[in-house]
Ligand binder design. Sequence first.
Ligand code: ZN
Length: 199
Amino acid sequence: MATVEVPEYEVVDQVELSAKETAIIVVDMQNDFVKPEGKLYVPTAQATVEPIKRLLEKARKAGARAFYTQDTHYDNDPEYEIWGEHVRYGTWGWQIIDELKPQEGDIVVVKTRYDGFYGTPLDDLLRVYGIKNTVIVGTVANICVLHTAASAALRWYKVIVPIDGISALTDFDLHATLRQVSWLYKGIVVRSVDGIVFK
Ligand code: ZN
């Protein structure tokens, strides 16, 4: 096993965003990932529920739009060979957790791979609503969160990731995600959802 040092990346305490040009993207906060009885449980995901809830409440109040991705698989999905069966369409595990239930006006995007943009209407919807900034939270940090953040950045959306809004299976994965967001995608890593200010 190699021991590596995490290269420094910038973390800010506060970021100000125009509410009408900002979308919150909540990635895969579904029972199979967040709940202990789920099929692909991420133990650190539970701690992000409250911060994400606070962020969504603040965003909706300010007039920012909330999007959710919902990872979805059907019979014999090739991903089952990698991860085992998870988020099968229509099951309890597939549902977004009750604590973060989408509300009226929120948009749920069903996706079949790690990237929230791949084969989905997400890019089109963000453009329709004039979105420039994407605040990306959810799980799993280095998998669906990072693929979605990368895809947003390649389309020139500004990517903002609050550390307390994402969860990973290891610290390495968490730091690798944040470092990629900051260093490669020129996104903004903010210490907490509470540092995100809408104007
Ligand atoms: Zn999946």
